[in-house]
Write a protein that binds this ligand. Sequence first.
Ligand code: 3HC
Length: 712
Amino acid sequence: MYHANALRLTRLESGIGHLVFDLAGSPVNKFNRQTLDELREVLALVAGSDLRGLLCSSAKSGFIAGADIAEFSSQFRLPASELSAWLAQSQALFSTLAALPIPTVSLIDGQALGGGFEFCLATDYRLATRAAVLGFPEVGLGICPGFGGTVRAPRVMDTQAAVSWIVSGQSHTADEALSAGAIDALVDAQLLLESGIEQIEQALQQPEVWQQGRHARQAALTPGDTGAAACAGVRAALQAAGANPNPAPALVLQLLERSVAVSAAEALAQEIACFVSLAHSDVAASLVGLFVADQQLRQKTRAWAARGKAADRIAVLGAGIMGGGIAYQAALKGIDVQMKDIAQAGLDAGMKEAQQLLGRQVQKGRLSHAQAAEALARIHPTLDYSGFAEVDLVVEAVVEKQAVKQAVLAEVERQVPATAILASNTSTISITALAQPLQRPAQFCGMHFFNPVPLMPLVEVIRGEGSSEQSIASTVATAQRLGKTPIVVRDCPGFLVNRILFPYFGAFAMLLRDGADPRAIDAAMEAFGWPMGPAWLLDVVGLDTAVHAQAVMAQGFPDRMQYDFTSATQWLFESGRLGQKSGAGFYRYTPDAAGRLQKQVDEQALALIRSQQKASRDFTAQEIVDRMMLPLCLETVRCLEDGIVDTAAEADMGLVLGLGFPRFRGGALRYLERQGLAAFCALADALAALGPLYHPTATLRAMAAAGARFHA
Ligand code: 3HC
């Protein structure tokens, strides 16, 4: 009856229509403009036909993944009137589906999320397989459901469950959906179509029951089943969770509190107003921007990986925290690892680290004891090069000293097959410099993991001057196999993430020099959205590591990263404070009953810092944020200009994944862009006396003058 790019409609023998979603050229079905246009045509066709009922299913492994998020960035820049008109049109389409004069059934196999689930809620019945996953992820994008989800879900499902699903943004299994009343029945995948036909026949036999359901969905909810009561529990949970920079959960809850008490028609209008105000927020722009950046990054990664070959066997040199973490990650993903150290004590520590990490997976129920034991058996500790003749890739994770790394790399190069790739996990030292003593520099690159390895998703894959495309491609493929998100960057001291982090630490050092209290700096940066302030972060990194890395960065970029004063980090380090690892740094750390380190104010550290300050001075939170964020953002701009990273999307993703840059701010370049490039340069000029870390580049000034942007 209908066959277009995203939808096809056929007439079954029983006179029932079968609408199949199958968007050409896309791995998922989504409501992009084209699908919505085709749906309009199909519904008009159905309404004018003699079909007895309508079944809706998907030809893909999922049902429908929601509205097309890739279209959001441009849509959300539309003025309120145009955005409202788009939503009103889409809502009208779903209302047309809900009002068809025949029974309608969604057959859900796989994900039905956001607009996809809203579509299901507009049909009379929902049958799902065990593979179904349902939910409203919209709040995670800083928005609320906009195709009638806030109106239909509380009227179709258990009201409290509906409110909780919408406000939390979490996805739910088919069983959870059944007990929440989100689906009518769970059916076997093979029987899905047949069960749908039965459901339609049943509705036709009992039209009053089928129609009753429709009437209930149009009305305001009665005080007994609803509103205040259903929302109150969710409100309490939201308040208990504390302040949230993302306004979507609180605003959608307010919407639901109002809209459950009015008619469906009125509630739809209220949903549009809420959606538009959220869509125009900075948070939505950031979160949608990150979704798109992630999509772009994944496409690039796939292209790289397709040209390479992921390692089947790897070796790790150095069994410290990083080496042990990398070995654990590889073993977890089914890869055999030779873990070499020069000392038995090192190997024991590395094995202990891997064992503890696997134990935690067992505790959390993610691995069985047998699986954990199997994974551990994949790690082969060794003091010599046994097994190295069979490896495809070696990750060097020895002490962060150029001469030591060079010697170790030159030695290991003689032990591995000529085809093997050597990768250094250095966090700051130039890959080109490390390649100097190697016979096969083409097969050498950087593979920089972040600490703690199991938790941090990013791996920087660094191209030295001599690294071959093939080595980069295979290292990307291996990082992917390890479950990480690789970003390919060009070589320079600190690469992308640490090159940007150290100017931020530089700003911190200057604030302390100028009289600020480290606790006030941490408080301001945590309120800004960072998971931990810079003083706490330095304690986690280790003050010894930070001082050492700072020296490498200063050598690489003396004009702006060489301090002309002694930093507080240096003072504390010289007084024997190494941060968390020694129990004291900027703060003091004591383990609680569960062994987790608790951070406490350390008067001795504060006294030491004060003794080095000329005067103490109070800075406002905004002054602190400006002084901290400017050098970080400007260094990100420099990395982009220097070609260290290819795109603004990758730079922002790198900071979010590698540093924990607050997601709701979308990354450094998006944050900068949000301030306005001209305003940002003006702020930098006002702080220019602080030194070159605060000086905008000529290109940034030119972009500001031309009204250019980093992100489309
Ligand atoms: N819009 C645009 N692209 C989407 C998309 C969407 N809603 N959902 C998935 N995609 C893309 C992915 O980016 C990916 O693109 P790529 O091939 O270029 O990398 C591709 O589809 C396949 O996705 P995954 O690799 O993530 O496949 P999985 O099988 O691992 O996961 C999924 C599938 C669970 C659907 C996951 O993609 C997902 O969570 N998508 C987002 C779902 C979402 O947030 N929906 C709500 C949209 S907002 C909305 O509907 C508003 C409405 O109320 C008005």
